[in-house]
Design a protein around this ligand. Sequence first.
Ligand code: BMA
Length: 331
Amino acid sequence: MNEQIPATLKSSPVIKRHTSNPILSAKNVPYKAALIFNAGIAKFNGKYVMVFRNDYGSIPEQRLDGTNIGIAFSNDGISWDVAPKPCFDLADGEITRAYDPRLTVMDGRCYMCFAVDTNHGVRGGIAVTDDFERFEILSLSVPDNRNMVLFPEKIGGNYVRLERPFPVYSRGGKDRFDIWISASPDLKYWGDSHLLLGVEHVPFANDKIGPGAPPIKTKAGWLTMFHSVDIDSRRGKNGWEDSWKKRYCAGIMLLDLSDPSKVSGISKQPLIAPEADYETKNGFRNDVIFPGGMVLEDSGEVKIYYGAADTVECLATAHVDDLIALCTKER
Ligand code: BMA
């Protein structure tokens, strides 16, 4: 295990943070909102659509009252119109909140993976929608699991997802949480699960990792981002909380096109490490980069969306060939 992670990590020179960052924050939202982050993004029916996590409450008192999922639309993937009300809120007594959505378009329908906190553990869910008003819940996992992302097509006859169970007993009493891959004939019954990537395989992680952006198909393989966490006990107060010892970076890897349970390449360096002010200062939890979406444009540009400091949503861009090269050059 990589116990010593350097105090300073740098983002890859291939990514460019967008000058409009943050691209969405509480001030853009026409209802009760405090922290807008960890969004899922896709191109659907000719528009960009973003579903975002909204932790609402009163910032002056630094008090959060609840979480819902809001929705915004865009013509360019940069400036967004937020719909007048949230689109998804499952809280019902047993489920206390739904959050951290990710979007995948498949066969003309839009699928949303999400996490739910319940009175009996954290579950990963998958829903489908055609209009972002009605969602049909297709599956909810057993606890504890979250950070699910769906591939945009069937592979070997099955639907495929990446996920991050969090087993508390087997890994020495620490957050040693890894990325797994599972298959399903119908999006409801999931199995054939395999370990895809362990924390120990990521040189800039010593705590936990999890799927980030749903995979995009490239000639070199499925390109996907993950989040990667390192913990340093010397870190102290950093953000609203009394103590926050973790740093979240975005990593990038390539999975084999016909057998995505094989990692065919991974960047040994972070793709995005917290550096900009909106990633490192004045946030709820500073030094958090939480990737949730990638859109591959016809030009080869990849729009990379990520939550920053658990407070705002941001955009970076890179060329797809440069992202592939990062995953393959050090093999
Ligand atoms: C994780 C999740 C994310 C969050 C991150 C950093 O455990 O709760 O939603 O962005 O922590 O706080």
